[in-house]
Design a protein around this ligand. Sequence first.
Ligand code: FAD
Length: 310
Amino acid sequence: PFEVLVVGGGPAGSSAAIYAARKGISTGIVAERFGGQVADTMGIENLISVPYTEGPKLVAAMEQHVKEYDVDIMNLQRAEKLIPSASRGGLHEVHLANGASLKSRTLVLSTGARWRHIGVPGEEEYRNKGVAYCPHCDGPLFKGKRVAVIGGGNSGVEAAIDLAGIVGHVTLLEFADELKADDVLQKKLRSLKNVEILTSAQTTEIFGENGKVSGLKYRDRQSDEVHDVSLEGVFIQIGLIPNTEWLKGSIELSQHGEIIVDDRGETSIPGVFAAGDATTVPYKQIVISMGDGSKAALSAFDFLIRNPEA
Ligand code: FAD
């Protein structure tokens, strides 16, 4: 059995594995796809001290860093079930899709999240070519340009407010007949001069020219008319889904499916820690996930020295 088993190989998991291994304790990391969301990212400009890098390059660097240590890396393996230890300090069990099961005295769960897609023509084709999901990451790429934000909940309205300060013009599209965001955010949004709000607007297509987004089509659900909006960017903000379906019933999750952690990264199960986008930690970013992973690993180490093997 391991002393620390990390489930998930994104920035949070990589960081947790390195911090655990540096304590000289037996460490394993199991990941469905090493690198996580970073593998799908083009330019990264907010990893502090690295002014510019690209997803695949950062993934290779994270993997190489993990390999500097004695870490058992199990890539391309999906965890399907967690069986918590019956006693404090005992062994937790993680069942994999391939039928194997791994045992460990502590766990760091870092299975990340995925952006909800709207599933309209053009969304996949123009991903990273105008279609974006993260305003903190990609907002500055659209400086002075026209963008749309799809989604009128808190994240969509926050994104529109954030982007309005950077880009030239923002069109916010909400499917329902009113915005769902908190009143204070709506008020702020409505005070901005370069924002247009469209409700009852069903986005039906994202189209482009020369391999880049040039506009979107939406159907006005009141009049049934279809309109075109010319723009350079589309931010889709209809939800971030944590990859925690496999944990339902075994661990406490928030109403959004995030693993509930305390300020040390501990979950509702003693000896089970969690880090990164899969958790309730606010703001989902690479640097935040890396910091969170190291925190969870240090907490796991602390748990090991305080709790005798059961
Ligand atoms: P993830 O990166 O999601 O990694 C999760 C890991 O868990 C993966 O290895 C996955 O395969 C694995 N996994 C999932 N389920 C299971 C399972 N059941 N069993 C085993 N393994 C499993 N952030 C920035 O800071 N700057 C940016 O510029 C930036 N750009 C982005 C661009 C895009 C297109 C996207 C999608 C995200 C971007 N982000 C950016 C956000 C950033 O990528 C995430 O915040 C970060 O990757 C979260 O790290 P994580 O380790 O928590 O999870």
